[in-house]
Design a protein around this ligand. Structure first.
Ligand code: BGC
Length: 742
């Protein structure tokens, strides 16, 4: 080997073999683990400590001396957040940081399409990469436990299997860009009220069967490079430094080799932050300045207090090396990966992706008298009514708020689609929240209207009574106590007098279509009065275009609900059995018992038998019809080491092309522990031409039959009788095949 040290001339240096010039950690051809060890061996304790905490609102230092770049985080999860000031939440006012907003994750989950999820991840990952971000703070996979949770719109619904299947391709799509996903909020952050001072009490069965599977899938199948800890407590420790969740389960049982990132301001204790699994601390003292020192970041729990403990011998460096290794791994996977693509922003492909995901996620809840799709042959007159037809929805809602290049409103989308074929008129109907600002990003809309509720209603009713179709676009918005971070809703009802407006419109016109824009279930006391109901989510930049495609039938709706729409709040177990959100104990901590255990969502509805939901989990109609044939299994018994194949023919019996989400649930007929009536274990979204029939194949194995035995702390499949249930929704069973596990 040539000794590099003895050579001085640059000319001669460049003639050297690569390995002689390049330290291992900088050599792309070396395995990541060797690079990590090499980099670690060159670092001082101070440099390692510096890696573990932020230096600004969204950035942490690399190791400049070694050429390891800074780590830049960004929200997430629906688009790339605008740049903010160094120490503030306020946007920095750049003029080149607007983005494409993708539909909210509830909509993505409602596509029931892993392909859409991959497209989503790939597209948003390209935008993050172009903006030179290391980590996207998302996706979120906290289970939908109560429709009051202000952040459900950022998550993937109530079912652990559906959320697992949908999170994996998102993570993969993002990370192909050399940008890390940060799956959040791990774990048990199932509502927003008192989010920093809630301690969740949940049994191990529910933890492993309901609340953890999507995180586990993101780690083990998606190979996510980072995970964000949650604000709430579990077993008395905050999620960001939690021995049980982070060390025992995530890093222990699941073998996670990436970095745990704190939620912003979610770190509370230096000792726990050192020992209980946190790797990167962000957002402490979130105004960045109030700790009384010249640089608040030096006073982070994992900054000077950590260094002092090491220097005084109070703690060793084993934990520090582990954290540094994980962060270095992150660097080699992302900002030190020279082969990663360059990314792109606001491309036509990204808008097309946003539109398509929206179109596939919109759910047709009800379509009596086939009011939809809108027929334009006779040049109809259409009245569009409601604030959400015009209100920009990409600004607000908390950290997922965006600064978009453009957002097509439902009214604009309908107008553009109807141009030349129908006359479109508009009335406000009600005034909800006319504001439109978040951290300095303003919508620029003036939605002020000082007319009384009676005047607004009278105008809307008058308009509605003289047209062929009425499209009411309402629902929730991104304001506090609606679909918004850091607060929960105050009830299941629609706000702002909308129920009265809808009922009045139903009396005025029989062709009423109600479009509910929300990330949550809402009560629909008028459900029997309104022929057509569409669940339209928050659809992002292409909202109006996606919606118009479905309303006018250019796209046949194929979305299905990723959560149950309860008829009443009390039908939700968290509210029937729980003390949500609880009362604070003597220390100000809300002890939140998940009394319903594993019986969340349809698992609870099935158990109640008599209580019918408004719309069940998995429900969604189409403009065509599908006939399900008789399902068959390839065997009457399944060996614990084998598989079982279930086939079912599905035929499009209508007159237009459509997609159907065929769902497979498993029912355990006898078990030593109580089990849900049925649980989703497979699904397939199939596209069929009119008259076409396809055979759908589902393959299940022992894993689909297991429950988590908390006494033994392991997954168990007990021999005995099972049923494979083929269904169009949790409330619409189409065929049952019994089988036995040997
Ligand atoms: C939210 C996270 C978000 C972070 C950074 C927190 O308040 O809970 O989801 O990623 O802020 O904006």
């Amino acid at each position: 080997m040539i000794k590099v040290k003895t050579l001085v001339a640059g000319l001669m240096l460049s003639a050297l073999p690569l390995q002689a010039q390049t330290p291992i950690y900088l050599d792309d051809n070396q395995p990541i683990e060797s690079r990590v060890e090499d980099a670690l061996s060159r670092m001082t304790v101070e440099e390692k400590v510096a890696l573990t905490h932020a230096q600004s609102k969204f950035c942490s230092p690399g190791v400049a001396r070694l050429g390891i770049p800074e780590f830049w985080m960004t929200d997430g999860p629906h688009g790339i957040r605008p740049e903010v000031l160094w120490d503030e939440w306020e946007q920095a006012g750049w003029t080149n940081d607007s983005c494409v907003a993708y539909p909210a994750l509830t909509c993505l989950a409602a596509t029931w399409s892993p392909e859409m999820s991959y497209l989503y991840g790939k597209s948003i990952g390209e935008e993050a990469r172009y903006r030179n971000k290391t980590v996207i703070l998302g996706p979120g996979v906290n289970i939908y436990r109560t429709p009051l949770n202000g952040r459900n719109f950022e998550y993937m619904g109530e079912d652990p299997y559906l959320a697992s299947r949908m999170v994996v391709p998102y993570v993969q799509g993002v990370q192909e860009n050399g940008v890390a996903a940060c799956v959040k909020h791990y774990a048990l952050n199932n509502h927003e009220a008192n989010r920093h001072t809630t301690n969740v009490i949940v049994d191990d069965r529910a933890l492993y069967e309901i609340y953890l599977p999507a995180f586990k899938a993101a780690v083990q199948e998606g190979k996510t490079w980072t995970i964000m800890g949650s604000y709430n407590q579990y077993k008395g420790q905050h999620g960001c430094h939690n021995q049980y969740l982070l060390n025992d389960i995530l890093k222990g049982e699941w073998g996670f080799d990436g970095a745990v990132v704190s939620d912003w301001g979610g770190t509370h204790d230096t000792n726990q932050a050192i020992t209980n699994g946190l790797d990167m601390e962000f957002g402490s003292w979130t105004d960045g300045l109030s700790n009384g020192a010249s640089n608040a970041y030096d006073n982070y729990y994992l900054a000077m207090p950590y260094l002092q403990r090491i220097q005084s011998g109070q703690v060793g460096t084993a934990e520090l090396d582990d954290k540094a290794r994980r962060i270095l791994r992150l660097a080699f996977r992302t900002n030190m990966n020279r082969n990663r693509p360059y990314g792109s922003m606001r491309s036509p492909e990204h808008y097309a992706a946003a539109r398509k995901i929206g179109e596939e996620g919109i759910v047709l809840l009800q379509n009596n008298n086939q009011v939809l799709p809108i027929i334009t042959t006779n040049q109809p007159r259409i009245a569009v009514i409601g604030e959400n037809a015009v209100k920009m929805m990409t600004v607000g809602g908390g950290s997922s708020s965006l600064k978009v290049q453009r957002e097509v409103s439902p009214l604009d989308g309908i107008r553009q689609r109807a141009a030349g074929q129908a006359e479109v008129l508009y009335a406000r109907g009600y005034v909800g929240d006319a504001s439109g600002e978040y951290n300095g990003v303003v919508t620029g809309q003036n939605l002020n209207d000082i007319r009384s509720a009676e005047e607004l209603l009278a105008e809307a009713v008058q308009l509605a009574s003289g047209v062929d179709y009425v499209i009411f676009v309402g629902g929730l918005n991104k304001s506090k106590h609606q679909d918004c971070e850091d607060s929960d809703r105050t009830g299941l009802e629609l706000p702002y007098n909308q129920d009265a407006v809808i009922s009045a419109l139903a009396r005025a016109n029989k062709n009423l279509i109600v479009v509910n824009v929300s990330g949550n279930a809402v009560a629909m006391p008028w459900v029997k009065e309104v022929p057509a109901i569409v669940q339209a989510w928050f659809l992002g930049s292409e909202a109006g275009n996606s919606l118009a495609s479905v309303l006018f039938g250019d796209v046949n709706p194929s979305g299905k609900l990723p959560f149950t729409f309860p008829a009443r709040l009390v039908d939700v177990p968290a509210h029937q059995l729980g003390e949500y959100p609880g009362t604070p104990d003597e220390y100000g901590i809300y002890q939140q018992n998940y009394n319903e255990g594993i019986f969340v969502g349809y698992r609870w509805t099935d158990k109640q038998k008599k209580v019918k939901p408004l719309f069940p989990f998995g429900h969604g109609l189409s403009y065509t019809t599908f006939a399900y044939g008789k399902p068959k299994a390839d065997s009457k018994t399944m060996s614990p080491y084998g598989q079982l194949t279930i086939t079912v023919p599905i035929k499009n019996t209508g007159s237009r092309e459509g997609q159907e989400v065929v769902q497979l649930y498993i029912s355990d007929k006898k078990s030593s522990l109580p089990r849900p009536v049925k649980e989703l274990k497979a699904f397939n979204k199939v596209s069929l031409q009119p008259g076409e029939e396809k055979e759908i194949t589902f393959t299940i194995d022992k894993e689909s039959l297991c429950f988590f035995d908390d006494a033994r702390h392991e997954w168990v499949a007990e021999p005995g009788q099972f049923e494979a249930i083929v269904a169009a929704s949790a409330g619409d069973v189409r065929g049952v095949v019994p089988f036995a596990l040997d």
